[in-house]
Design a protein around this ligand. Structure first.
Ligand code: HSE
Length: 332
């Protein structure tokens, strides 16, 4: 789908259909898919972030509380990415003065983890405000606000986290100002084994490490890999997927930020992973595997290695999440 800013003022909001409260989950994402820097990404079932949104009498958007961020995220509604994006959307709908909402943000994943933490929160917030309003907007309408949220969060509006977080599955982002977001088929047995070594790598810092220029021979290798990966996903050809998921451009610069990176890679590949690399801007790493069993084995062995090296870590094993954000019950 091409992404364009629609004129939201033309949307009709039925004030009788507005809900009192809504609870939304949005998934974490593995951006880059190892070889596709800033253009490929997929969503996972866990972890993910949660937004509880309440309609209140006083107009405007406020943050009521944030849980799980260790006090690092701003409560100021203009500085917090979630509330800032919700405000932007209500403003463009022309109803910011007519409705009041308060937000509880529950972070289930660490900030600066390479799992699309800010994207999951922003997508959850935007999906929640749309649900509160009775779903007047499509995901296409919400996408530009999600991309803007990414720009606010890390200074660059790449869409490789927000796109899969909002529409689920595996996504390809083409273009810059003329954005296309293309959904790619998900092979049934594709699993992500994610390990988050507990060190902090802010995306802003990880982006500054990347070299401005690439060698033509590296570019040729990389775009061959991207095309091979996309073809492999369409054809459900795990061997082609495995041969294609290599990054010769970004990984060499960023791997130095991740403790034990090359040891983890050796463990993953020698225990049957199709591929191994950095998740987003790191420090999380991902072993892409055929089947849950291999993903479980690889992540367990990597965690054992990190523990023996004195590094604490979390692990997640998940198929590709094809649904994207969802409304949850308040009773669960
Ligand atoms: N494509 C981005 C990067 C994802 O690698 O910097 C992190 O948000």
């Amino acid at each position: 789908m091409p992404v364009s800013q629609n004129n939201l003022k033309e949307k009709k909001i039925d004030f009788n259909a507005i809900l009192d409260k809504v609870r939304v989950f949005a998934p974490a994402t593995v951006a880059n898919m190892i070889c596709g820097f800033d253009i490929l990404g997929f969503a996972v079932d866990e972890p993910g972030d949660e937004v509880k949104m309440y309609r209140v009498a006083e107009p405007g958007v406020r943050i009521r509380s944030i849980v799980g961020d260790g006090g690092r995220l701003p409560l100021d509604a203009d500085r917090n990415t979630v509330s800032a994006c919700v405000k932007m959307l209500l403003n463009d709908l022309g109803i910011l003065q007519d409705i009041g909402v308060e937000i509880e943000l529950i972070k289930h994943m660490p900030i600066g983890s390479g799992l699309g933490s800010s994207s999951a929160s922003t997508v959850a917030g935007l999906f929640a405000i749309n649900a509160i309003l009775g779903n007047p907007l499509t995901k296409d309408d919400l996408m530009p606000y999600c991309v803007e949220g990414e720009r606010l969060a890390c200074g660059h509006g790449h869409a490789d986290n927000v796109a899969p977080a909002l529409i689920g599955g595996i996504t390809l982002v083409r273009g810059g100002s003329d954005l296309d977001i293309v959904k790619i088929p998900v092979p049934k047995e594709l699993y992500a084994g994610i390990v988050f070594p507990q060190v902090d790598v802010p995306t802003r810092d990880a982006r500054q490490l990347i070299k401005e220029k690439v060698l033509l021979k590296d570019a040729v290798t990389q775009w061959g890999n991207i095309a091979g990966l996309v073809a492999g996903l369409f054809q459900e050809d795990y061997e082609l997927i495995s041969r294609s998921m290599h990054d010769v451009i970004i990984e060499p610069s960023r791997a130095i930020l991740i403790p034990e990176f090359y040891a983890m890679k050796e463990i993953a590949l020698s225990n049957g992973a199709l591929s191994f690399g950095i998740s987003g801007s790191g420090p999380s790493v991902v072993a892409v595997s055929k089947g849950r069993e291999v993903a479980e084995l690889v992540t367990t062995k990597i965690q054992e290695h990190l523990t023996a090296s004195g590094i604490e870590s979390f692990k997640y094993v998940s198929p590709v999440n094809v649904e994207g954000p969802k409304v949850l019950s308040f009773n669960d």
